[in-house]
Design a protein around this ligand. Structure first.
Ligand code: FAD
Length: 478
């Protein structure tokens, strides 16, 4: 985001709201979801008055500081199947796959240089226990007659990732990567050009659920026919969603540019790389040759409230850097110089939801991307726009339309339970990295976690691979 702002990307004015305004649609949140929704609304109804209120600046939330992976929903296929059946899961995953293409085309057509590179995604194992973690998903996707993934050899995985610490994986050619803030600020520019009103530095302080509803802000209000809450993890502050989301930071470090060193290990393009642990490691090379290395599962939010510390530099800088150096021992002396973090809105299924707040068609909500929102927010924007326009089409009929599923226990139980589960994941993964069998307790407790970034689970093959690796390496249990 600093890079994009320094280069003047999105320098157009979007002043705070002062006074009372009216709009056809008021969107709360100026990230990808809010912006794609506004653009879809204007595309379908150019005369519509659309206003966005954003507490920070457009893209000031995770949309401007994520890892930049533009992924599909194939990695959530078994989850989608459970939610809405195989046929709809295929349809949704194909829509998300097409979204990756459409985002690239939108950037081209609108002069957004978001460093879009469609160089694919490797879903990998970085410890023997993770081998074949993708197998259940791969089998389900194949059984549905779809072929987004390709089986690849361990040599291919090591070569494309640039390090033999990557033991196995599958390849999805259809994924892309972007510089996230250039995308967010570019969408903001195009939205402004198309007549969307944007008020930055304008937090909604209260949603008045009258008819019509009103969004109150510090120095004004917007009364609108429809209100759309595109607030990501902040939606957890509403009583309806407090028990539907687990909000936890994801933390990223970035190294200075070192293009020659990355070239030398064969890490040359914009490929998205991630492993199969629950506290996922995800990384990519930027256009100027930096390593961006992120890790999920950081600090938990209490009662859906997001503290200011979630917007600052990472407290896990050293831990995240250690993972980078473990996976790339040849880069041991390449030290990150910057870090950041942001909230992830894990739903209890791992898939997002798009719903009517209190069943009201004039109050809409979309959240719960669970760490995979860069590509899917394009689909989310189309769904929310169709719901707002009360269209009966392929978007409003999506199987993800409906209230979030499941409910977590109330606080402080939820927070305490979350800390225990996160610690169990960390212990289990430390043991697996060292080739030890994790303790029975850590394994059991980690299984209590209902959330996930990708479909997951230690398969029989993964367990067998771990056993065989342990016997060869002569290491014991935790
Ligand atoms: C560190 C990190 C790395 C990630 N990496 C990836 C990745 O590589 N690939 C991927 O697909 N996903 C990734 N994600 C997730 C992805 O960034 C999100 O799913 C996506 O940005 C969601 O877009 P959004 O518009 O719904 O949310 P946001 O970008 O969070 O937008 C919501 C906006 O609402 C605003 N808001 C909140 N409350 C109010 C209020 N009361 N009034 C007004 N405005 C308000 C916020 O300021 C924010 O700008 C990552 C997330 C993080 C934090």
């Amino acid at each position: 985001l600093q890079e994009a702002l320094a280069e003047g990307e999105g320098a157009e004015e979007a002043p705070p709201l002062v006074g009372e305004e009216k709009a056809d649609v008021c969107i709360v949140g100026g990230g990808y979801t809010g912006l794609w929704t506004a653009l879809a609304l204007k595309e379908q109804e150019p005369a519509l008055d659309v206003t966005i209120v954003e507490r920070d600046i457009g893209g000031g939330g995770p949309s401007g500081r994520n890892g930049g992976f533009v992924m599909t929903w194939w990695s959530k296929f078994t989850t989608l199947q459970k939610i809405c059946g195989t046929e709809e899961a295929v349809r949704l995953a194909r829509l998300a796959q097409q979204a990756v293409v459409d985002i690239g085309e939108f950037c081209d057509e609108n002069g957004i240089d978001a460093h879009y590179r469609r160089d694919g995604w490797l879903w990998m194992a970085t410890s023997p226990a993770q081998i074949d973690a993708w197998e259940e998903t791969f089998a389900a996707v194949s059984a549905a007659g779809q072929t987004p993934y390709e089986r690849v050899s361990p040599e291919f995985v090591a070569e494309r990732s640039g390090s033999p610490m990557h033991l196995a994986g599958i390849w999805e050619a259809g994924a892309a990567s972007v510089q996230p803030a250039y995308l967010a600020r570019g969408l903001r520019r195009v939205a402004l050009e198309r007549g969307v009103q944007i008020h930055e530095q304008t937090p909604m302080t209260r949603l008045v659920r009258g008819r019509p509803p009103r969004v109150e802000t510090e120095r004004g209000s917007v009364t609108a026919e429809k209100v759309i809450l595109a607030m990501n993890a902040w939606v957890g502050s509403l009583p309806e969603y407090r028990r539907s989301l687990v909000t936890i930071t994801s933390d990223i470090v970035a190294t200075p540019p070192a293009p020659e060193r990355l070239d030398a290990i064969g890490w040359r393009d914009g490929i998205s790389l991630s492993d199969s642990r629950r506290l996922v490691n995800y990384y990519r090379r930027t256009i100027d040759g930096r390593v961006i290395f992120g890790k999920g599962g950081g600090t938990l939010a209490f009662a859906g409230r997001i503290p200011a510390s979630f917007d600052r530099e990472s407290r896990r800088w050293r831990e995240v850097t250690n993972h980078l150096h473990r996976l790339y021992p040849m880069l041991w002396d390449l030290e990150p110089t910057i870090s950041w973090r942001g909230p992830i809105d894990y739903s209890l299924t791992g898939a997002p939801f798009f719903t009517k707040l209190g069943g009201r068609p004039d109050l809409l909500v979309g959240a719960g991307y669970s760490g995979n929102g860069v590509g899917p927010s394009y689909v989310g924007g189309r769904i929310l726009a169709s719901l707002a326009l009360e269209r009966d089409d392929q978007w409003s009929a999506a199987g993800l339309v409906g209230d979030p599923r499941g409910a977590l226990p109330p606080e402080p139980l939820r927070f305490a339970g979350g800390l225990v589960v996160r610690e169990s994941h960390a212990r289990k993964e430390r043991a697996e990295d060292a080739g030890r069998r994790p303790s029975w307790l850590a394994t059991k407790l980690s299984k209590l976690d209902p959330t996930s970034f990708i479909d997951r689970g230690l398969t029989k093959n993964g367990a067998a691979a771990l056993r065989s690796w342990r016997s060869k390496s002569n290491v014991g249990d935790e």
